[in-house]
Design a protein around this ligand. Structure first.
Ligand code: EPZ
Length: 417
């Protein structure tokens, strides 16, 4: 088990380089098996979710080469096998092998995916979409079996703009016969990144990034290259940190448009920052105004930034509200923040945050990825020493977090306990 130890209350200056987006990389990697041959993904973040997906690819007899942040995946000799619980459980995104294997092999056996404990996380929208394409789906305890003689393009209306279902149905339908139209599709920038990769392979996808995606099925896909787009959630996390501890802290390698939902809120609070072409410079700011945030599907305020943002809200002068609308259980970090001195009460999926309150280091637990990131921010801002256990949650999605923060002046280390 790993523990993170943070000595707080140091100013952070210099540059943090943002890596490739976790939520894009975890779909691009499984998508690679749709093309027979060696595909190349650049700017892959060094996170444990990447390693879990590589283990699944190796089970399926793909050849993997990883040099720095470039991942080469050769799926020429892919062997279709059951993806067992010990692999599928390690992350949520194992479910992208459903769409990718169904597309390529028309047969998949996989145990239910894992992922953060932030809600019930059903996959019924994915399953209904696969069925609409003509797949037959059976379940045996925790195992799904998906099979089809042929996938046939059709119109699919998603009852919620699910990121995972949108991507999974794009994956499955690229090699289907005829045209698929996904209505009420999720519109995340990551979805455009995946569509671009599939199009580089020879797929015919238009409309990714809008709520209507059209996929004209093709007979086969060829090897291709793609670069993972910058991680807007990693960038947002460090931007929030900069508003508390930054001294001209530069968050570099970002796409400012992708951060607009956050930067407009930071502006409303009075945070001192400057947006440039591919970076933002942020300074710690006093007299922050209280605000209300409500998480929404993209391009609304991202659910994955809500928990980190709640730490900044503890330093506003007055009452702020953080309302989570995507997941039922994104308040796991609140008891830890209160233990550090915050004044947060939770009612259902809304947190009421009174500020400002000084924060003091103590022993806390990361209950999930973004809740863990919130505790890192709190620990770096707090006086004294913060010890965070269950850091594995954080390492699933933030690459080299300790070394990136050390480089800008943080006193932070990760030890085995
Ligand atoms: C992706 O999860 C991300 N994960 C999540 O990031 C992110 O919070 C979420 O999108 C929303 O932006 C990955 O990309 C691996 P959804 P996903 O399907 O695809 C309900 C992080 O911290 N729903 O858009 O699983 C669901 O319960 C993580 O980086 C159904 O009811 O999210 C939720 O309430 C956590 N049935 C809502 O839709 C379904 O079949 C949104 O889920 C699918 C989803």
């Amino acid at each position: 088990m790993k523990q993170m130890i943070i000595e707080g209350n140091h100013e952070l200056k210099g540059t943090i380089e943002i890596g490739g987006a976790k939520n894009s990389a975890v779909a691009l990697i499984p998508a690679s098996i749709l093309a027979k041959g060696k595909s190349i993904i650049h700017n892959v973040p060094n996170i444990s979710d990447r390693d879990a997906l590589i283990d699944i690819l190796e089970l399926l007899n793909c050849k993997i080469e990883l040099e720095g942040d470039t991942l080469k995946i050769d799926s020429t000799n892919l062997t279709n096998k059951l993806i067992g619980a010990s692999l599928s459980n390690r992350l949520r995104a194992s479910y992208y092998f459903m769409g990718a294997l169904l597309g390529r092999e028309k047969y998949v056996e996989i145990h239910i995916p894992g992922g953060c404990n932030i809600g019930s996380r059903p996959i019924d929208i994915h399953i209904d979409g696969f069925k609409a394409l003509g797949a037959k789906i059976t379940t045996e305890k925790d195992k799904f079996i998906l099979q089809a003689d042929e996938l046939i393009g059709t119109d699919i209306y998603l009852r919620f703009q699910s990121v995972g279902a949108t991507i999974n149905l794009m994956l499955a339908s690229t090699l289907a016969t005829g045209t698929t139209v996904i209505h009420n599709a999720a519109m995340e920038a990551e979805i455009e990144n995946i569509a671009e990769y599939l199009n580089n392979m020879g797929a015919k996808i238009t409309g990714a990034g809008t709520s209507e995606i059209t996929i004209v099925g093709v007979k086969e896909l060829h090897e291709a290259e793609i670069s993972v787009l910058p991680d807007r959630i990693e960038a947002g996390t460090y931007l929030i940190l900069g508003a508390l501890c930054g001294d001209n802290l530069c968050i570099k390698n970002i796409i400012p448009n992708h951060l607009e939902a956050l930067t407009s809120k930071l502006k409303e609070m009075g945070v001192n920052f400057t947006i440039n072409k591919d970076n933002i410079i942020v300074n710690k700011t006093k007299n922050l105004k209280p605000i209300n945030i409500k998480t929404l599907v993209y391009p609304g305020f991202p659910t994955d930034i809500g928990q980190p943002m709640s730490v900044l809200l503890t330093q506003c002068h007055g009452t702020s509200l953080f309302e989570e609308t995507i997941w039922e259980n994104r308040m796991g970090h609140v008891p830890s923040l209160n233990k550090m001195g915050a004044n947060i009460s939770v009612s259902g999926t809304t947190a009421i945050i009174e500020g400002p309150t000084p924060l003091t280091g103590t022993e806390v637990v990361a209950t999930d990825l973004r809740g863990g990131a919130a505790l890192v921010i709190a620990g770096l801002f707090a006086s004294g020493t913060t010890k965070i256990t269950d850091v594995e949650h954080i390492l699933r999605g933030y690459e080299n977090i300790a070394s990136k923060l050390t480089k800008v002046g943080a006193k932070i280390s990760i030890i085995e306990i």
